[in-house]
Design a protein around this ligand. Sequence first.
Ligand SMILES: Cc1ncc(COP(=O)(O)O)c(C=O)c1O
Length: 381
Amino acid sequence: MARQLEQRGAQQRKRSLQAVVPLSGREIAVAGQRYLHFSSNDYLGLSQHPQVVRRYAETLSVGARASTLVTGYSDTHANLCTLLAEVLERPRVLLFSSAFAANVGALGTLGPLYGQLYLDRLAHASLLQGARQCGQRWRRFQHNHLATAQGWAAAQESSCLVVSESVFSMDGDALPAGLLKDLLSQTKNTEVMLDDAHGFGVCGRDGRSVAGQFSVAEVGLLSLAFGKACGVAGGAIATDECSADYLINFCPELIYSTAMPPAQAAAIQAAVEVIISAEGQQLRDRLAANVAYFYELCRTAQLPVTLSEHAIQTLQVGADHTALQLSESLRKAGIWCSAIRPPTVAENTARLRITLTAAHELNDIRQLVTALQAGFEEFNL
Ligand SMILES: Cc1ncc(COP(=O)(O)O)c(C=O)c1O
């Protein structure tokens, strides 16, 4: 077995684990070296927010001690679900140990009830996994071409589920909300699931993102990830009464897994309270200013950054080795920004995925762009 794994490994791209020490919201240490950190999904810097950390530490029970349907669902979980349901204006919210589990569980369980599933080509691996697992017929439409999905649905007698993301994880671009409204108004047999992993907390008024734009009648399945703007971990599905009851009774990821630790649920609740507060708006404003500053510096330096208003910025360089070289050159300049390669992204679209956060200072961003410029010159990009 070991030899088979070795042979298989030799044919694959080499990846390895790196132990990281989180320092401040904007810095990490790796192997004793300090780096400015530009590969974090902690967009608002809440992973180290005193209120979030304190709430985690003050919660009596670190472990849930049972699955949700046994005794793992505590009053702390219930309070979080109530707050989220209120903020998202959804009748019900169900918690999962991760957004990956939430997506696989929701699609795997509810997918078979639809005649067809249509997924955006860039939909996250967890959505793809859920579609595969549900055994129902599924197709992928070209990225953000909702009109294609609309055409396919219009040709169907049976019900269809369109699955997409609010903000795409590897490109940072947004779902065209207007086109989704068109699709919903013109196809009566179509329901929608949106993964709001990178939108919740960051986009829209009070960080409500998709929930601020679409009602539960329009987006019946809304997936959340608490490891991004909330700075914690875990996932949820916000939905209607009927779908929630069905998931509670039939979703294996929910039924046969230990519930999220109560301390984690309490920390998420604290993070959501910050997100909807005036402080949350200040953090979003600061993030937006950092994004604008980064974009302006890149434009002046003629760096081919993809235009995105979101915290996720990409510099596509094509070949895997070029992305790795560029990432390494940044590292030498004291900046940590991971190269993203296939199969996470399509072949020949290797890139640097740069994430800006509210914790970054203008000088950090200047340092990043200077180092990027030097790397582009060094490798003749
Ligand atoms: C769009 C999207 N959905 C779901 C997930 C899974 O989130 P989690 O880390 O909670 O499993 C991710 C994480 O990378 C993501 O980017």
